[in-house]
Design a protein around this ligand. Structure first.
Ligand SMILES: [Zn+2]
Length: 326
């Protein structure tokens, strides 16, 4: 596995890196805060949620998570989520903690808070980043475990990213692949693209171009532009030049990255990477006359387009060409 392959493969999920995955969720949270601020109903929402969280299962009105069968249990999660979204971390931590043994989503969120290092000081599992990450890992593992068939897809994807962080003590691509694989089966779009690219480059698993095509095609059909870019590269590697150029021609016409980003919930930089990849593949096809009439002017045009969309991808692929791998 070369450096170049690794660079292409680790920029995966829809296509997000471990940190980006969390950042995407932070962006969603910012939107919630903005919405609450705009309509000035923050207090009202809080009051309503709190009243819903009153348990009516027994006369004492005492909430016992394992026994409660009324709406209060779901309301507890919503209250916690409200505090998390509005950056009231101590309260969020307390409300998630109350239901962490009966609600995997709460467990998942506690793990996220550990990982993001926003757990309140008095609730810190240890003293350093290492301890916080260990705690996050153990909670995500619980939330992602399979018994009772309620395992959380988000926890599986989070674990996969957690193990993909190259310079952490937890780096383990075999585990990353396993969890992406499980999450993809459960329907995670991020993991679907990730599994495809890991098969493509033999990262954390045995290389298989056929399997890569299957997974990337599924992810591409669901709107993952980075997966589409990798798919053109995959077709090119398999010498399916007509398929590669057909798909690349479609991709290079995409230009409204911001709009696409909102429509597909993918980060703009990965959309650009997908377009850059396909522009380079198309340029290479024009240069060598693979599946298309050779035309050096067109080749240059698409190499430039690749550079315009993502200079890093462009220089990586130029290295690839220099090593005669593409
Ligand atoms: Zn109840």
């Amino acid at each position: 596995m070369s450096y170049i392959e690794e660079q292409l493969a680790t920029n995966i999920p829809s296509s997000l890196g471990a940190r980006d995955f969390m950042i995407e969720r932070l962006i969603l949270r910012d939107n919630t805060i903005e919405l609450l601020r705009q309509n000035g109903k923050s207090q009202q929402v809080e009051d309503e949620l709190l009243s819903l969280a009153k348990c009516e299962c027994n006369t004492g009105n005492i909430f016992e998570p394992t026994k409660c069968k009324c709406r209060a249990r779901e309301a507890h999660f919503l209250v916690a989520q409200f505090y998390y979204d509005t950056i009231q971390y101590l309260k969020a931590w307390q409300w998630y903690s109350q239901i962490k043994d009966v609600d995997l989503r709460a467990l998942y969120q506690l793990a996220v808070m550990c990982f993001e290092e926003v757990s309140p000081p008095e609730c810190k599992p240890g003293y350093g980043v290492q301890q916080a990450e260990e705690k996050a890992e153990s909670w995500w593992l619980l939330a992602a475990s399979d018994d009772k068939n309620q395992a959380l897809m988000e926890a599986m994807t989070a674990l996969a990213f957690f193990y993909s962080r190259k310079y952490s003590n937890f780096y383990n691509m075999t585990k990353a692949f396993e969890w992406h694989y499980k999450a993809a089966k459960k329907g995670s779009l991020e993991s679907l693209g990730a599994v495809g690219s890991m098969y493509l480059f033999g990262l954390g698993t045995k290389q298989s171009l056929d399997r890569a095509v299957n997974y990337l095609r599924d992810a591409a059909e669901r709107g993952n532009v980075y997966a589409m870019g990798l798919l053109t590269y995959c077709y090119y590697t398999k010498k399916l030049y007509t398929k590669a150029t057909d798909l690349a021609q479609k991709l290079i016409c995409l230009d409204n990255v911001e709009e696409l980003s909102r429509a597909t919930c993918c980060l703009p930089q990965y959309i650009k990477k997908g377009i850059a990849l396909s522009a380079f593949v198309l340029g290479r096809c024009y240069e060598l006359g693979n599946g298309i009439k050779p035309d050096s002017k067109q080749a240059l045009k698409y190499y430039r387009q690749c550079f315009k969309f993502d200079a890093d991808i462009c220089s990586l692929l130029q290295d690839y060409v220099a090593h005669q791998k593409i």
